[in-house]
Every structure is written in structure tokens, then in C-alpha cells.
Design a protein around this ligand. Structure first.
Ligand code: AMP
Ligand code: MG
Length: 282
């Protein structure tokens, strides 16, 4: 296989193809036959394809093209959002990546519309923006813990799809990834954080309390997929108990999104021959 061949087709990761998340095995590797070492090696080879596309997007941005790409990462604690940022986005030039993570809102943020803090982090022209958590928290943790009245969060699904359609109209390609891990795998990952001094900092006692709400979160995620999976801004359900598979799948989702932009190198807005002559004479 050459690095220009896609190792898996991302269409099969769309919610409509995957079916209800309750029936998806988080250990599965849909569309990919190989194992961990092949998966890792292929992801690294495909990283070069991704880096080339990203550089083209960046070059277009520098030439006045407004287009950008937004990758939304959602998933339970320990689902590997940070690892995607390191291992997938880490394969491209950091100058072209803008990263934003959304934790518990500050008092100032709470005093504004829930999209206020999100809008400020939408990627600029030529950038790939990555959201580690996002506006979806406002229909996930907020719904599970009833942080606002039912009617308020219930109206947000439509607000969110409207917002994303607006992003697409203003030339931001939006792709959304749900990293789907199992309850057991989360326990193992939390346990590892308690076993390793270099991982203690990641351990948050509150994560254990949140595990009691696991099924409410799964329902909230299913509602998100049911109500906000639009073709303009698609969701992908990525089984994530195998980190190597999740990273490979997200690499492919980004390559696919960037490929649709048809990114030829931008034409120079100067006369190359004149410049060569001037340079030789200088
Ligand atoms: P972490 O990703 O581990 O840094 O955790 C961030 C925490 O912030 C998670 O527990 C999220 O559920 C929480 N969070 C993110 N957005 C919101 C929000 N809009 N309302 C309440 N909590 C949120
Ligand atoms: Mg956490």
C-alpha cells in the first residue's frame, strides 16, 4: 500500500452507518483489518499526506483564501482527546494548527450566550482548529447534571446546527468526532493514572464520581448524534478503546475533509521569471 491509499473508508464511521452507540463495540476497528503495529505505521505514513494538505491549506490562507477546518473532539474523560492532539495534530506544522480546550465555564463565560466563548476560538483562514471539548458540553454535562432548565438545553441542538451551518457558509469545514470508549476501558485508564507518577497530574477524583452517570452520558451522546449529525457538519463515531485505531481514524477523517477542498498550490501573485532575474542580479 502506498501512502496515497486510504487504509479505511471514513463513511462507515458516520452515525447512520454505525447504528446506535449502545450497539457499537468500542474495541472494534471498523473497516481496518490490521492490528496495532500496522495501524501505527500506516498512521505515520499518512501523516505525510496530512502534513502536505495542511501546508497547502496554510498557503491558501496566506494568499487570501478564507477557508479553514474545524475538528471537534468529544468523548468521556480518558477517551483520548489529548492523545489525538499530540499524535495526529503533532504530525503537521504547529503554525497551522489552533487548539482550544473548553473546561468548566468561568463566571464571565456563564454570563454570556453559550456560543460566546466558542466563537472566539473558531479557526482563522488557513488554520486547522481543534476543539478539545466544545459547544457540545452544553448539551452533555449540562444535560446530565441539569445545570440549566430542560427547555434551555433542549433548544440548543437547533442552535448548534444553525451555528455550524453558519461556519460552513463562511468557509470553515466542520468535522466532529465522538471518541467512544467503554466503561471498563475508562476504569483501566484511570487506574493507570494512579499507578504512574508521570500520570498523577491527570487524575481527577471527580472523574470517578462522573462514572456513576455513565448511562446518562451515553444517552446524551446518542441525542447529540441523533439531532446534530448534518451532512454539512458530520459526526463520526470512532471506537476508541484502541488508541492506535482512534488516531488512525481521525487522521483519515482529516485527510478526507482536506481532500474535498481541492487544494492545489496557490498561483504566485508575482512574476516568477522577473523575480529570478532580479535575484540573480542582486
Ligand atoms: P478536562 O477535559 O478533563 O479538562 O475537563 C473539563 C471539564 O469541564 C469536564 O468535566 C467538562 O464536562 C467540563 N465542562 C466543559 N464545558 C462545560 C460546560 N459548558 N458546562 C459545565 N461543565 C463543562
Ligand atoms: Mg478530565
Amino acid at each position: 500500500m502506498s501512502s496515497s491509499d486510504a487504509p479505511l473508508s471514513v463513511d462507515i464511521l458516520r452515525p447512520s452507518a454505525m447504528g446506535p452507540i449502545a450497539d457499537v463495540d468500542p474495541r472494534d476497528t471498523p473497516g481496518f483489518d490490521g492490528g496495532k503495529s500496522a495501524g501505527k505505521a500506516i498512521r505515520k505514513a499518512r501523516g505525510e499526506v496530512l502534513a502536505d494538505l495542511q501546508e497547502r491549506l496554510y498557503a491558501h490562507g496566506r494568499s487570501g483564501d478564507p477557508r479553514s477546518v474545524l475538528l471537534v473532539l468529544q468523548g468521556m474523560d480518558t477517551s483520548g482527546k489529548g492523545g489525538i492532539v499530540r499524535h495526529v495534530m503533532g504530525m503537521v506544522d504547529p503554525q497551522g494548527v489552533s487548539h482550544a480546550s473548553f473546561g468548566k465555564p468561568t463566571d464571565e463565560e456563564l454570563a454570556h450566550h453559550f456560543l460566546w466563548r466558542i466563537r472566539k476560538k473558531v479557526p482563522a483562514a488557513g488554520q486547522i482548529g481543534v476543539f478539545d471539548r466544545s459547544h457540545y458540553e452544553d448539551v452533555l454535562v449540562v444535560r446530565v447534571h441539569e445545570l440549566v432548565p430542560h427547555d434551555v438545553w433542549a433548544s440548543r441542538y437547533d442552535t448548534i446546527t444553525e451555528f455550524e451551518r453558519e461556519l460552513v457558509r463562511t468557509e470553515t469545514t466542520v468535522v466532529k468526532v465522538f471518541l467512544h470508549i467503554s466503561h471498563d476501558e475508562q476504569r483501566d485508564r484511570l487506574a493507570r493514572r494512579l499507578d504512574r507518577p508521570d500520570k498523577y497530574w491527570k487524575y481527577n477524583p471527580g472523574d470517578v464520581d462522573e462514572r456513576r452517570y455513565w448511562s446518562a452520558y451515553q444517552e446524551a451522546y446518542q441525542a447529540v448524534l441523533d439531532r446534530t449529525d448534518i451532512d454539512e457538519a458530520p459526526w463520526f463515531v470512532v471506537p476508541a478503546d484502541h488508541k492506535w485505531f482512534a488516531r488512525l481514524a481521525v487522521t483519515e477523517i482529516l485527510i478526507e475533509a482536506l481532500s474535498h477542498l481541492d487544494l492545489r498550490w496557490p498561483a504566485p501573485d508575482l512574476d516568477v521569471d522577473v523575480e529570478k532575474k532580479r535575484l540573480a542580479e542582486s
